[in-house]
Structures are given as structure tokens and as C-alpha cells.
Design a protein around this ligand. Structure first.
Ligand code: SF4
Length: 369
């Protein structure tokens, strides 16, 4: 394993691994709830470095993966409405709805544009005043403040043909659902970018109510190994807590300005998550006063119910009860070129990441991780 650079320095990696090997005593299951961590863990081959008793499992940390079919169906319905342009992140276009996908609709002539930010969608609206540009807002606390800032900016600049369909979500209710839903987890590797916005207090319920500790981690190999070691120590000492490993980016109080902008534009609502169903207080919808840009209200569409997803076990993977290799379609009928479920579509989806960095046919590996 060639790990170079200050956060990948082999000597420091070896030192941390030495501590982990000496201090690990028994079985530990740690869940990462950030697609960025899933990618880092698999791309650096971290599971293979750890003692056999330590399992790292993926959780509900990929925003595209947890987005409902109903949302995709609504977005597809928008493409059939007069003068509507749908602006979306690239990952979302391949996610299957109940009967089609945005990619398929685009191929059939629908006006679907891939953008990299809400600002790009606003520019699109500004340049095409005759079109109604609907931005599909997906993501956790990391991206919601940026969307909110875009909404305020569009309003300030008098851009009246910009609309928002929000599937923004917040992370703590899903983590609560993991621990109350029966998934055995000894600790969480908490998302660094979400925590940079929210601060560390949002995870306090994990040790207080459930006796499960967590560490907010960075994304480099040394960050992740250090976080694993911190979790092992919490478990061994029976002292679950909320610790911040990623201190260079995360302050306990978070980014108050970003949270304030987010709260100015969005209110908390119930929302549906793949793998969990409806979770109370887990979504972000536009507040009163923004009805004129709220695509849910301006362009209501008959939404299909979330239908049976066949053999796809993406929901179980998001709950941490199965691994990608346990899906009968993994690496066969389902692969990044032909995804059968949302977890294979997104570059941060567990199935996509495992396919990219691991032998998709290595079932022994997938049973462990
Ligand atoms: S491999 Fe494909 S079909 Fe199987 S769980 Fe993952 S996304 Fe779903």
C-alpha cells in the first residue's frame, strides 16, 4: 500500500495500526455515515489493514441513495410540464424512478441539465428567462446552507423563474433509526463535512440515550485510522462519547452563520428515506414565504408510491444489515454502467464504491465488509 503525503505517511500509519492491533480486543462494528468516508475507506484499502475483529460498515450517508423514488417520479413529471427545465446533480439522473429515470427522459428529448451547484442552476434561469428552471436540491446539512444561500441570492436578484424541489435531509434521525432499528453498531464514524456545519452536539443523543459512542472524522487514511482507534478506546473503557478527530475543520459549535442561513430558508419536516421509510423531523422543506419558488406547491405532480425494488437490497445496505456483496445482482445485473438501484448509481453509494475498489466477486470479502 503506497500511502504518501503528510496525512498518508507510512510511518505514522504503521504507528497507528500498531496501537489498533495492540488495543483491539474482540469484535467491533463501526458504521460510517458519510459516502465520502465509504469512498476513502475502500479506496485506501483500510479494511484490509485492520485486525479481523474490526468491521467497518456503511450506513445512510449517501444523499442520492436515500432519496425516494417519489422524488424522482416528481422530477420526471416536471420534465413533461410546459417550459420547465430540470437542473440536477449528475448522480441523480441515473437513479431509477418507478418507471423511468431522468437520464432516459433526457435521451427522449426532455430538458434535463446537469449542474454542479445551485448557483449554476440560478445562472441557467437568469439566461433563460422564458424557462422555469427547477433545481433538484439533494444533500445533507453540508449542502443545504449553500442551497439556502442560492435561494436568498436569486430572490435578491429578482430571478423569478428559479424554483426548488427539496429533498434535503438531516442526519441525526437516520442515525437514531439505525440504533433503534436493531443494527448492531459499537460506534459511529461521523461525517466530517456535515459536522463542520452543525457542530458536534447533534450526536449527543447517541452516547446519552443509547450508550453508543462516535468520532467525527476527517477523510485521510490517518484520520480514519485515528478515529477507529478512538472508537476502540471508547468501547474498551466503556466510555461512549462524542469526540472530534477532525479538529482542523470541525468546531464543537459548528458554523453558526451557515446554520442560520439554512434555518432562514428551510424548516424541518418528516421525510422518507430509502431503507427506513418516513423518519420524523428528518427532512428540510422551504419555509412559509417561499411558496412562490417551492416546486412542490407550484408544480404539484401525482407521485407514484415507492414500489417494490425487486432483488435490490439497497435499503438493507443503508441500514447496515447487509453488504453489497450479499445482493444477488451485485457486479452481475447491477454495475455502474447499468445500475439497478440507487446505491450503485451515486459515486458515494456503497455498491458503486465497493464495485470500484474491490473484486465484485470476492464474496468472502463482502461478507466481512
Ligand atoms: S448491487 Fe445494485 S441491485 Fe444490489 S443492492 Fe446494490 S444497487 Fe441494489
Amino acid at each position: 500500500m503506497d500511502l504518501t503525503g503528510s496525512f498518508r505517511e507510512q510511518g505514522r500509519v504503521d504507528t497507528l495500526l500498531g496501537h489498533i492491533r495492540r488495543e483491539a480486543a474482540g469484535e467491533y462494528i463501526f458504521m460510517e455515515v458519510c459516502g465520502g468516508h465509504t469512498t476513502a475507506i475502500q479506496s485506501y484499502g483500510i479494511p484490509g489493514m485492520l485486525p479481523h475483529g474490526i468491521r467497518l460498515i456503511s450506513g445512510p450517508g449517501c444523499p442520492v441513495c436515500v432519496t425516494s423514488q417519489t422524488f424522482i417520479d416528481h422530477a420526471i413529471a416536471l420534465t413533461g410540464m410546459p417550459d420547465v427545465t430540470v437542473a440536477t446533480f449528475g448522480d441523480l439522473v441515473k437513479v431509477p424512478g418507478s418507471e423511468s429515470s431522468l437520464e432516459r427522459e433526457k435521451a427522449g428529448g426532455a430538458d434535463v441539465r446537469v449542474v454542479y451547484s445551485v448557483n449554476e442552476a440560478i445562472s441557467l434561469a437568469e439566461k433563460n428567462r422564458e424557462r422555469k428552471v427547477v433545481f433538484l436540491a439533494v444533500g445533507f446539512e453540508t449542502t443545504a446552507p449553500g442551497t439556502a444561500a442560492g435561494v436568498l441570492d436569486a430572490a435578491k436578484r429578482g430571478i423569478r423563474n428559479f424554483f426548488l424541489l427539496s429533498a434535503h435531509k438531516i442526519m441525526p434521525p437516520a442515525m437514531r433509526a439505525v440504533v433503534t432499528g436493531g443494527t448492531h453498531v459499537n460506534g459511529f464514524i461521523c461525517p466530517g463535512h456535515v459536522s463542520a456545519i452543525t457542530g458536534s452536539g447533534i450526536y449527543r443523543f447517541l452516547p446519552d440515550d443509547f450508550g453508543v459512542g462516535c468520532v467525527i472524522s476527517g477523510f485521510e487514511p490517518l484520520d480514519i485510522l485515528q478515529s477507529v482507534l478512538m472508537l476502540i478506546r471508547q468501547v474498551n473503557l466503556k466510555r461512549p462519547g462524542v469526540e472530534v478527530q477532525y479538529t482542523r475543520a470541525v468546531k464543537p459549535e459548528g458554523n453558526r452563520k451557515a446554520v442560520s442561513i439554512m434555518n432562514q430558508v428551510f424548516r424541518v419536516s418528516d421525510d422518507w428515506w430509502r431503507g427506513f421509510g418516513v423518519l420524523a423531523g428528518s427532512g428540510l422543506r422551504l419555509r412559509e414565504g417561499y411558496e412562490n419558488i417551492d416546486a412542490e406547491k407550484v408544480f404539484p405532480a401525482f407521485a407514484e408510491k415507492n414500489i417494490d425494488e425487486g432483488d435490490c437490497i439497497c435499503g438493507e445496505i443503508l441500514r447496515g444489515t447487509s453488504t453489497p456483496g450479499e445482493c444477488p445482482l451485485f457486479g452481475k445485473a447491477c454495475n455502474p454502467g447499468n445500475p439497478a438501484g440507487a446505491c450503485m448509481v451515486s459515486s458515494e453509494g456503497a455498491c458503486n464504491v465497493y464495485f470500484k475498489y474491490r473484486n465484485p466477486h470476492d464474496t468472502a470479502y463482502h461478507k466481512k465488509y
